[in-house]
Ligand binder design. Structure first.
Ligand SMILES: Cc1ncc(COP(=O)(O)O)c(C=O)c1O
Length: 384
C-alpha cells in the first residue's frame, strides 16, 4: 500500500509571527484597486522619484566590468565602506574605520533582521519600540528571543520611557532597537535622549541598534543627528542606514551598518553563513550615490509627503505632535493645510525637485543631484 504523503506544518517560529504588515496592506490595496478605488498609498514608504541618473550610469559602467561578476566580498567592498565612512564624517562628524566599523548590507532590513541571530540567545529580551518597524520583533522571534515592547507615547514625545522598563527586564535585555527620525510617528530625538540611552545601555550591558534610515528626511532646517555622535555611543551600539530612501534606491537593496566593531563582527559572521554579499556593481553605484548629499529630494517625494502627512494627520485626529521637520530645506507650502493629501503635496514638489537636479542656483549647488555630465566629486559637507 502506498504511503500517504507527509504533511508539514510550518516551523513554530513562522506560525508565531503575525502577518507581515506591509504585505497585508499590499493585499488590501490590490483588493481596493480591483474594486475601482482611487487610493492614497499609506503603506510602505517607497520614493516615487527614479534613482538619479548619475547613479544609474555608474551601475552601467560597473556592470560591464567582469571583475564584478564574481562573488562579492562578504563584508562589502572596502571602497564602498570607505565611501560610507567619508559620508559619516561629512554628514555627522563621526569617524569610522571602514575596515572594522562599517559593513555592507542587502538593505538595512536584512541587517536589522539578522542582528538578533548574532547576539540573542533563546530567552534573552530585546527592547522594541511600539509602534515600530515590524522587522525588529520578527528578527528577535527568529532568534528565540522575547520582545519587550516599549510604548512610544505622545506625552513622552514618542520617545521610549527608559525608566518605565522594569529592572529585571532590562537586566535580561541584550538589544534595544531605536529609530529616529521615527517611522511611523515621525518624531525626532529631543534633548539628551541619546545620552540617556548610552547610560542605560552601559548600566545593563545592552547593544543599541539605532535605525537611522530616515536621517535625511527633514523639514524646516532641522538636521537629525546620528546616535554615534553621542559620547560613548560607539562603545554600546551600531547604526543601520540605507541608500533606499535618501537616494531613491529601494529596489537596489543596498544598506550598511556602522559602529562598534565587535558588534558588527557578530552580524558579519551571520552574514557570511547566510548570504554572499551585494553585487559589486551595485556597491560601486552606491559609491557614486554617497558622493553627493541630496537636500531637495527625499521630503519632496511622495514617501516624504506621506511621512509628513502621517505626522500632520495625528494633529487632526487623536494623536498630536509637532509637525515633523522637512528635508527640502524650505517649509512645505501646504504644511499648514490639514486637508492636503500626500499625492497633492508630492506632485508639486516632485516637479520642482526634478528641475533642481540639473539646474540649481550656484549657492544651492551642493544640495541637488548633479546632471549626468557632472564629474564625481568628493563628499561635500551638509549645507542645511
Ligand atoms: C524604519 C525602517 N527601517 C528599515 C527599513 C528598511 O529599509 P531598506 O531595507 O530598504 O534599507 C524601512 C523601510 O521602510 C523602515 O521604514
Amino acid at each position: 500500500m502506498a504511503e500517504s504523503p507527509k504533511t508539514f506544518e510550518m516551523a513554530e517560529r513562522l506560525r508565531k509571527l503575525p502577518p507581515y504588515l506591509f504585505a497585508e496592506i499590499d493585499k488590501k490595496k490590490r483588493e481596493a484597486r480591483a474594486r475601482g478605488a482611487d487610493l492614497i498609498d499609506m503603506g510602505i514608504g517607497d520614493p516615487d522619484l527614479p534613482t538619479p541618473p548619475h547613479i544609474i550610469e555608474a551601475l552601467k559602467r560597473s556592470a560591464e566590468n567582469a571583475a564584478n561578476h564574481r562573488y562579492p566580498d562578504y563584508e562589502g567592498l572596502l571602497s564602498f565602506r570607505t565611501a560610507v565612512a567619508q559620508w559619516y564624517k561629512s554628514r555627522f562628524g563621526v569617524t569610522l574605520n571602514p575596515e572594522s566599523e562599517a559593513l555592507t548590507l542587502i538593505g538595512s532590513k536584512e541587517g536589522t533582521a539578522h542582528m538578533p541571530l548574532a547576539w540573542v540567545n533563546p530567552g534573552d529580551v530585546v527592547l522594541v519600540p511600539d509602534p515600530g518597524y515590524p522587522v525588529y520583533a520578527a528578527g528577535t522571534w527568529f532568534a528565540g528571543g522575547e520582545v519587550h515592547f516599549m510604548p512610544l507615547l505622545r506625552k513622552n514625545g514618542f520617545l521610549p520611557d527608559l525608566d518605565a522598563i522594569p529592572a529585571d527586564v532590562a537586566r535580561r535585555a541584550k538589544l534595544m532597537y531605536l529609530n529616529y527620525p521615527n517611522n511611523p510617528t515621525a518624531a525626532v530625538v529631543t534633548g539628551d535622549f541619546f545620552a540617556k540611552v548610552v547610560e542605560f545601555a552601559r548600566k545593563y550591558g545592552i547593544i543599541v541598534c539605532h535605525d537611522a534610515m530616515y536621517s535625511e528626511l527633514r523639514f524646516d532646517g532641522y538636521i537629525p543627528s546620528s546616535f554615534l555622535e553621542t559620547p560613548g555611543a560607539m562603545e554600546v551600539g551600531v547604526e543601520f542606514h540605507s541608500l533606499s530612501k535618501t537616494y531613491s534606491m529601494t529596489g537596489w537593496r543596498l544598506g550598511f551598518c556602522v559602529g562598534n566593531a565587535r558588534y558588527l563582527s557578530g552580524l558579519g559572521k551571520i552574514k557570511t553563513n547566510v548570504d554572499s554579499g551585494v553585487f559589486q556593481a551595485v556597491q560601486e553605484a552606491g559609491i557614486a550615490a554617497l558622493r553627493i548629499f541630496p537636500r531637495s529630494t527625499a521630503a519632496c517625494t511622495r514617501s516624504g509627503a506621506t511621512w509628513w502627512w502621517r505626522g500632520s494627520s495625528r494633529s487632526a485626529g487623536r494623536w498630536t505632535c509637532p509637525r515633523p521637520p522637512s528635508s527640502c530645506g524650505r517649509p512645505c507650502p501646504r504644511a499648514s493645510t490639514r486637508a492636503v493629501s500626500p499625492r497633492a503635496c508630492s506632485t508639486r514638489w516632485v516637479a520642482s525637485s526634478r528641475r533642481g537636479w540639473a539646474s540649481v542656483p550656484r549657492a544651492r549647488a551642493s544640495t541637488a543631484w548633479p546632471s549626468p555630465s557632472t564629474p564625481s566629486v568628493s563628499p561635500r559637507p551638509w549645507s542645511g
